[in-house]
Design a protein around this ligand. Structure first.
Ligand code: MG
Length: 340
């Protein structure tokens, strides 16, 4: 029997349009690993986005991919077995595992002649609007970024410094669209955090992501109990076992393919969160159209989407998918619908 499952990959440096500053650091680019799996003349595309604070790099991804034997990807794919195989090669490294999982889903769709959103049971009519993220910056740059975001329906603001209120007021001076806030663990005092949440609610903020340190479960749980708007765990929630741990600490979770090791486990996290009556935000790292379309295929199963990767980068190697009324458009193309 002839197997022709082939795995290829190339490092790539994704450039950001603006220096990106959040509560804990700044950066101008993000290392990616672009992955392809080819079978019977069809190629599936995947991507790892390795933001530095997550601990992955071109080096760790190359070392991992070197050890992957694509003959273990037997078609039809058993994703539980495949993720078990990838986890057996090395602990952690969810982004490079996601790259393989995304490529296999894209390939799967192409082999079946069906779009990934259909394989995953999503209803495109339920696609949420995607938010556009604005990092911490000077007043002039923030105003410029808000103007660039014209046409987008929601803005996500990175907070976590002592100038938080001024940043919100600057944004409010140019737009009245709803806001999401991400504190990236930058808040420390629970009473001050609650005062801030009430103030933010008056400013039209709809949810707050990861207010305090992920290790401060009591503090985050207290804030969740008292907050008038949803509190969402992001850094605290990586893979499937973290969903149950987040129950009672947050109203909801932020799922990202680069944390969940891909689309398959992300969908299991969605199911688990629904069982636990938790809200779901699907988010992204700095990503190309590839990982964005992979997350968009699952976004209709979530409450909110924060999938702005291609809007914040300047050298996306793929075409940017269509966006209508602030929502990514899912097409009938087989696989992810990625256009080279
Ligand atoms: Mg976040």
């Amino acid at each position: 029997m002839i197997f022709d499952m082939q795995l290829t990959y190339q490092p790539f440096e994704l450039l950001l349009r603006h220096t990106f500053t959040i509560a804990k650091f700044s950066r101008n680019s993000t290392p990616l690993m672009l992955v392809q799996v080819t079978h019977e003349g069809h190629t599936g595309y995947g991507e790892a986005s390795m933001v530095p604070y997550m601990g992955e790099s071109h080096q760790t991804a190359l070392a991992f991919l070197d050890k992957v034997d694509p003959l273990n990807f037997k078609y039809p794919f058993n994703y539980d077995e495949i993720i078990g195989y990838l986890d057996s090669i090395a602990q952690g490294l969810p982004a490079v595992k996601a790259a393989i999982d995304i490529a296999l889903h894209d390939l799967d769709g192409k082999l079946q002649g069906k779009p990934c959103w259909q394989l995953l049971g999503s209803n495109p009519g339920l696609m949420p609007v995607t938010s556009f993220t604005i990092g911490i910056d000077t007043k002039e740059i923030v105003v410029q970024k808000v103007k660039e975001a014209e046409g987008l329906k929601v803005i996500k603001v990175k907070l976590g410094r002592d100038t938080d209120k001024e940043l919100i007021q600057t944004i409010r001076s140019v737009t009245d669209v709803p806001l999401y806030v991400d504190a990236n663990q930058g808040w420390t005092d629970r009473k001050q955090s609650l005062d801030m949440v009430y103030w933010l609610k008056e400013q039209g903020v709809r949810l707050v992501e990861q207010p305090m340190l992920k290790t401060d479960m009591d503090g985050n749980a207290w804030l969740t109990e008292h907050s008038p708007i949803p509190i969402i765990g992001d850094e605290a929630v990586q893979r499937l076992p973290d969903v149950a741990k987040a129950k009672g600490v947050y109203h909801g979770i932020n799922i990202k393919l680069m944390k969940s090791a891909g689309m398959h486990e992300a969908q299991m996290m969605i199911k688990k969160a629904r069982e636990l009556d938790m809200k779901i935000l699907i988010g992204c790292m700095s990503e190309t159209s590839c990982a964005t379309l992979a997350a968009a295929a699952l976004a209709p199963q979530c409450d909110w989407a924060d999938l702005d990767g291609p809007l914040l980068t300047s050298n996306n190697p793929y075409l940017t998918p269509d966006m209508v009324n602030g929502k990514w458009v899912l097409t009938d193309a087989a696989g992810l619908g990625l256009q080279l």
